[in-house]
Design a protein around this ligand. Structure first.
Ligand code: CXF
Ligand code: ZN
Length: 393
């Protein structure tokens, strides 16, 4: 058996920023204490992988094994690990959930203090790597998961058991993107029945927010995207209205764009405010553009409007908000990592919703391909043609 020994297997290695991944033989060390080694069954591609892959500025973490949306089977466990056993069907998650710290114990937070979120490229506790290439050089991890490989090692705070009745090619979607969007509506925003929702950016995250808002009983779900094809896609996920800032019939492009950027509370150009009689109850920014966060914040209702930031902009991007606007309008602005979900408890609820046919996952998978074709998936996601591909490893 392979227990306690290194495993040699196939992985897609990102050697350099922005260059195609290379399928190579890598060695995956045995798990240490607080770790499990997972045989990946299915992985999908999240937009954050593209971001991490294309970052040219230092610090550069290459060569690296990307991928963080996946499910698999526990192959072996490290010394003293009791929570997991060989054969468990599990999901790795980029956000830790130790279960013991103040945040993990609180209903109000999913930001574990024991292993706080950081963009580290190593194992979270000892900052070392479990991967080496055929020359014996170490390879960086990614988001504490690294799923573009047949086997990976993950800290137990980043792993949760999953009901094996959900098929792997659906379960993997709940490891990051879809959970983030659904959770943002359900946990972070706490969308309530009859409310109005505006979603800026209709990639997988934005559409998952729509699905979450629909599940929470929102009645008006407005999607905003510059790609008109997204409306048809969006309808399947519960969108009731669509706004294309580029193609608004009554206003010129510059008026619309201007109105979004230099929004004044009663501006007649604010289409969302017109559609919702004063602003949406909930706005979600799902692109990763600081200016779009300002736009979303401007489009939520005074008094109780809540804007949730999900998109990942460049690390140094800044928001500009008028302090008077903030003071006068009493709106809420919040971020949401992993949709406010706790990996160890909330994912099982989403899995149950899927098994009960409440939560729709199937339409998120637009492409399926072999692991060897992973670079094609990168291309499709860059072109915006693909929501999620999944690959059976
Ligand atoms: C993201 C969340 C924000 C930082 C980078 C990773 N999560 C998953 O894709
Ligand atoms: Zn992700």
């Amino acid at each position: 058996s392979s227990i306690g020994k290194p495993i040699v297997c196939k992985a897609a290695v990102a050697r350099e920023a922005g260059t195609p991944l290379v399928i190579e033989e890598v060695t995956v060390a045995a798990p240490k204490s607080n770790e499990v080694r997972i045989k990946i069954l299915c992985t999908s591609l999240c937009h954050s992988d593209l971001t991490l892959w294309s970052l040219k500025d230092p610090p550069r973490f290459f060569p690296r094994i990307l991928g963080h949306e996946a499910v698999g089977i526990v192959e072996s466990v490290g010394e003293g690990v009791e929570e997991f056993a060989e054969g468990d069907f599990v999901m790795p998650v980029f956000l830790a959930n130790c279960g013991e710290c103040t945040d993990c114990k609180s209903k109000k937070s999913n930001l574990c203090t024991t292993l706080p979120f950081k963009l580290s490229s190593m194992m979270p506790r000892d900052e070392t790597s479990r991967f080496t290439d055929s020359k014996g050089e170490f390879l960086y991890h990614s988001l504490h998961v690294s799923s573009f490989t047949e086997y990976t090692v993950v800290d137990i705070a980043h792993v949760t058991k999953v009901d094996p009745r959900i098929p792997p090619n659906r379960a993997c979607l709940l490891s990051c993107g879809v959970s983030t969007g659904v959770g943002a509506a359900w946990k972070t925003a706490q969308v309530d029945e009859g409310s109005t929702v505006a979603i800026f950016g209709l990639g997988a995250i934005g559409l998952a927010v729509a699905e979450g808002a629909r599940l929470c009983g929102a009645t008006k779900i407005i999607g905003v995207d510059v790609n008109p094809a997204k409306f048809e896609t969006g309808k399947k996920f519960g969108l009731t209205h669509f706004v294309n800032p580029k193609e608004n019939a009554t206003k010129s492009v510059s008026e619309i764009v201007n109105s979004f950027i230099h929004y004044k509370s009663n501006s007649k150009y604010n289409v969302i405010n017109e559609m919702t009689d004063g602003g949406a109850d909930f706005c979600f920014e799902c692109v990763g553009m600081a200016s779009l966060v300002e736009e979303a914040f401007a489009c939520c209702r005074k008094g109780w409007g809540k804007t949730v930031v999900l998109g990942v902009d460049k690390p140094n991007s800044k928001l500009t908000l008028s302090s008077h606007d903030v003071l006068h309008n009493g709106k809420i602005l919040t971020g949401s990592l992993f949709g406010g979900l706790k990996a160890k408890t909330d994912i099982s609820t989403l899995v149950k919703w899927y098994l009960d046919k409440k939560l729709r996952l199937d339409d998120f998978v637009t492409h399926e391909m072999k692991f060897e074709e992973i670079n094609k998936a990168f291309e499709l996601l860059i072109e915006g043609k693909c929501l999620r591909f999944r690959s059976r490893i």
